[in-house]
Design a protein around this ligand. Structure first.
Ligand code: SAM
Length: 241
């Protein structure tokens, strides 16, 4: 297994089982009790989810290309991606370091299942655990907005591990490190708000690409989602050979 995290990881686990869970459940939900910034992040994140579904279904000629395809949703949160994937007929293995997140994702899937008149939804398998403890082989591995919790020094090992689980493709999203966003982040660090409980790490696309190339993968598609307060670079990688 790859060792990642140290203190960071324990802090992240605690955060996403506590205040972070409450905060992100609200952001990823559909209730009205969100402020302008949270609403903006909700919108940005939902665009990322839509883009991923498009990426994973685009290159096939119609039908339901994800039907029966094994997908690992690594760091699944409240199931924002797990549920649309399961509705597309994918056989999803979803996991998260936070037990609270996994319980909420399971609850939302049961709710979706109750509404699933056509009976198309395939029940995902859920597990509490960190990315490093993931095992097995999946057609597709997806890891959305989790790299923000990994410093670049740990990100390479995390990306290599996820690639080793994927047979055909790996989809990653991360907050891009550009001068402008770096600056924004530094300003944020000067004035930390009360809800800033974890460190946020930005990644340059070049660094992510290099980490993929090191283990024999290449980027096939790229996307960028930005709203006022949400920035995500999206890459789909495939084995280079
Ligand atoms: N991927 C989900 C989505 O896009 O809706 C959730 C994104 S949320 C910003 C980040 C998630 O990553 C949290 O649910 C957190 O518990 C999880 N996470 C952070 N570090 C992790 C790790 N080392 N292993 C597994 N999950 C982790």
């Amino acid at each position: 297994a790859v060792e990642v995290g140290g203190d960071d990881k324990e802090v992240v686990r605690e955060y996403f089982n506590g205040t972070g869970f409450q905060r992100w459940k609200k952001i990823y939900g559909d209730t009205d009790d969100v402020n302008t910034v949270q609403l903006d992040i909700r919108l940005g994140h939902s665009k990322t989810v839509d883009n991923v579904i498009k990426m994973l279904t685009d290159d096939e000629d119609g039908g339901r290309p994800l039907r029966g395809v094994t997908v690992c949703d690594a760091g699944c949160g409240t199931g924002s991606l797990t549920i649309p994937l399961a509705k597309e007929g994918a056989v999803v293995s979803a996991s998260d370091i936070s037990a609270s997140m996994v319980a909420e994702a399971e609850r939302q899937v049961r709710e979706a299942l109750a509404d699933d008149a056509g009976g198309e939804l395939v029940m995902p398998q859920f597990k509490v655990g960190d990315l490093e403890s993931l095992e097995g082989k999946f057609d597709t591995v997806v890891c959305l907005d989790v790299l923000i919790h990994y410093p670049q020094s740990k990100a390479d090992a995390m990306i290599a591990h996820l690639a080793s689980l994927a047979e055909r493709r790996l989809v990653l999203s991360f907050a891009p490190k550009t001068l402008y966003y770096d600056l924004l982040k530094r300003v944020g660090e000067l004035f930390p708000g009360p809800s800033k409980a974890t460190r946020a790490y930005l990644h340059s696309e070049k660094d992510v690409e290099r980490a993929l190339e090191k283990v024999g993968w290449r980027i096939r598609k790229r996307g960028l989602v930005t709203t006022q307060f949400y920035f995500a670079k999206l890459v789909e990688a495939v084995p280079a050979a």
